[in-house]
Structures are given as C-alpha cells and as structure tokens.
Design a protein around this ligand. Structure first.
Ligand SMILES: C[S@@+](CC[C@H](N)C(=O)[O-])C[C@H]1O[C@@H](n2cnc3c(N)ncnc32)[C@H](O)[C@@H]1O
Length: 321
C-alpha cells in the first residue's frame, strides 16, 4: 500500500513516522510534490492554499514557524484533501470558498465557482457607473454565489441591488456572501425564472452571466467543470443561447430608459448575441475582451426607435431566433 492510499497519511512519510510529527514545511513540500506528479499546473500554489486553509494558518505561520508539527488531525485533513484533489475535484470545491474581485466567496454545490473572466463584466459595469455616490439600482440575473452583485455593491457604496436565481441553495449562499462582504443591507435575493417575477421599478443596470454552453458540448468539458459545477449554471440549451433570449426580452421591460444590459458571453458568441440583441431592439456596442483577448462581455442599450420597429408586426423580433 502506498502512503497516498493510506488514510490520513501524506505521501513521502517515512516508515515509523507518526502522521502528527510531520512539520508544516514538510507537509507543504509533500503536497506540492504529489500535486506536481499528478500533472496539476499550479502545484505549489495549490499546496499552499490547502495547508493555510485546512490548518487555519496565516502566511506568516509558514514562514516563521515551518517546523511546527501539523498534528495527527491536521495531517488527516491534508491527506483527505489531497485524495479529493487527485481524484479530480477542483481546489475551490475542496476549500468551499473562492476569491473573486479580491473578495472571499463561500461556495455550495448549487453555485458556480466564480471565474476570473467574469471580473471583465464587473470592470465594464463599473465604467458605466462612474459616480460612486449615485444610488444606482442593479439587477443581477442568475446570481449564483452573488459574486457579480456583491463586487458591484462593494465598489459603489450608494448602490443597491437584487440578485435572482432559480436555485434556493445558490440564493442562500449569495445572501451569506453579501453579508460577509458588508453589502447585505443593500442587497436582496429573490427566487425566480430570470426576471419573470419582477415588475420594476426600473433598474439602472442589469447584469447577467447566464449558462451559455451548448448542451451537446457539456460532455466534452473538463471533468473538473462537468462533474463539479452545477448543470443549471452551465447548460445554455441546444445552441447555448436560450438564456440570452429570455434575458433580452425581460431586461427590455426592467431597464430604465437608456440604461445598459451587460451579459457575459462565450468567446465565440459575440456575433450571435449581436444578432439576437439587434433583433430585440438593442443598440450593440463592440464586445469587451477579457485578459486573454477573447470577446467576453456585450454591452446592450435599448434604442427606443429600434424597439418600436422591433415590436412592430412582421418585424424581425417576431421571428427572433
Ligand atoms: C453561469 S452561472 C453564473 C453565476 C454567477 N453569476 C457567476 O457569475 O459566477 C448561471 C446562474 O444562472 C442560474 N440560472 C439558470 N437558469 C436560471 C433561470 N431560469 N432563472 C434564474 N436563474 C437561473 C443558475 O442557477 C446559475 O446560478
């Protein structure tokens, strides 16, 4: 039996080593080696996250007191986490938390792990709300962990917002995240099918990162995503555009005149979104790119003249895709 397969024992343990005798520094090295051997890209960084989080340490505790023993319980926690990571579970799921916009977010099985790409949407939204003191009203459709709404309310201290999700579990997590990040008093979370349950008043900004992956592409996703992110956060229907059709339709009713709708998109969906949004009566700005240079966010603004045309009988909107 290898050390890896032994419950509560980290790889590299010498015969006769009690698990509790392992030092923090040695535990860090052994975790990093095991992760590297399994081909995990950021092995050293992940090992550090695991040791700090699971042993409840601060970075200084690894620098100044690396020789301290992790204890039998600590060694068992690390060994269990390593086994989960080697079986393909993402680090974020093991930690049960992830950072977004430099803020901490708890996760639950019903929430997507917030992605760095989604910070592009937050940046674009903040540029459209330049006055930090304005009491803007924000709607986040498909709020998940609440990461987008919480980040926006964190940066715009006079703003308030509503996060909507179909998942009750996600909404509980989003509310806890809003409170933990000090914006709970300005955030409300509602169960709903996109904007269907909302009647207004009008919002100054609607944001959404909806599920946008084609159903047929889901089996080909990385197993870390396919097996550990909720299907409701991924599956955008046959052409990946199902949620956008609903959101375009409902946001038109919920936005204040001239207010923008920002949606995150897949890297190859800008043309499709521009076509759908144009047919639904929105003026479409050039897509905003993420740090990798991929089209990531569409900024859509209702154009009253075009809305009238789109709503007219026989107009393209009637046959909208
Ligand atoms: C891609 S995730 C985005 C989560 C979060 N906003 C983020 O950026 O990390 C999409 C979210 O939409 C929610 N969702 C899916 N269908 C929905 C619907 N019909 N109405 C409301 N929310 C829905 C999912 O539960 C999920 O939380």
């Amino acid at each position: 039996m290898t050390a890896l397969a032994m419950p509560g024992v980290l790889p590299g343990a010498a015969p006769g080593d009690g698990p509790g005798a392992l030092s923090r520094g040695a535990a860090l090295r052994r975790l990093a080696e095991a992760l590297r051997a399994a081909g995990i890209a950021n092995a050293a960084g992940e090992a550090r996250f695991l040791v700090l989080d699971l042993l409840g340490l601060r970075p200084i505790d690894l620098l100044g007191a690396a020789a301290e023993p992790v204890g039998a319980e600590g060694a068992a926690r690390l060994a269990e986490a390593l086994a989960r990571r080697l079986s393909g579970e993402p680090l974020a799921r093991i930690l049960g938390a992830w950072e977004f916009w430099s803020l901490p977010f708890r996760l639950s099985p019903e929430t997507l792990v917030p992605r760095a790409d989604t910070e592009t949407l937050v940046e674009a939204a903040l540029r459209l709300l330049p006055d930090a003191g304005a009491p803007a009203r924000i709607l986040d459709l498909g709020t998940g962990s609440g990461c987008i709404l919480v980040a926006l309310l964190h940066e715009r201290r006079a703003a308030s917002g509503i996060g909507v999700d179909r998942s009750a579990g996600a909404l509980r997590t989003a509310r806890a995240n809003a409170e933990a990040n000090g914006v709970g008093e300005r955030a409300a979370f509602l169960a709903g099918d996109w904007g269907a349950a909302l009647a207004g008043p009008a919002f100054d900004l609607v944001v959404s990162n909806p599920p946008y992956i084609r159903s047929a592409a889901i089996p080909g996703l990385d197993r870390e995503v396919r097996l550990h992110d909720p299907a409701a956060a991924l599956d955008g229907g046959a052409d990946g555009l199902g949620a956008y059709r609903r959101i375009l339709d409902e946001a038109a009713r919920l936005l204040a005149p001239g207010a923008p709708l920002l949606v995150e998109i897949g890297y190859d969906q800008a043309d499709d979104l521009a076509r759908l949004a144009g047919a639904a009566g929105y003026a479409v700005r050039a897509p905003v790119r993420d740090l990798a240079g991929h089209d990531r966010v569409m900024i859509l603004v209702q154009d009253p003249a075009r809305m009238d045309r789109a709503a007219a009988p026989g107009s393209p909107r009637k046959n909208a895709c």
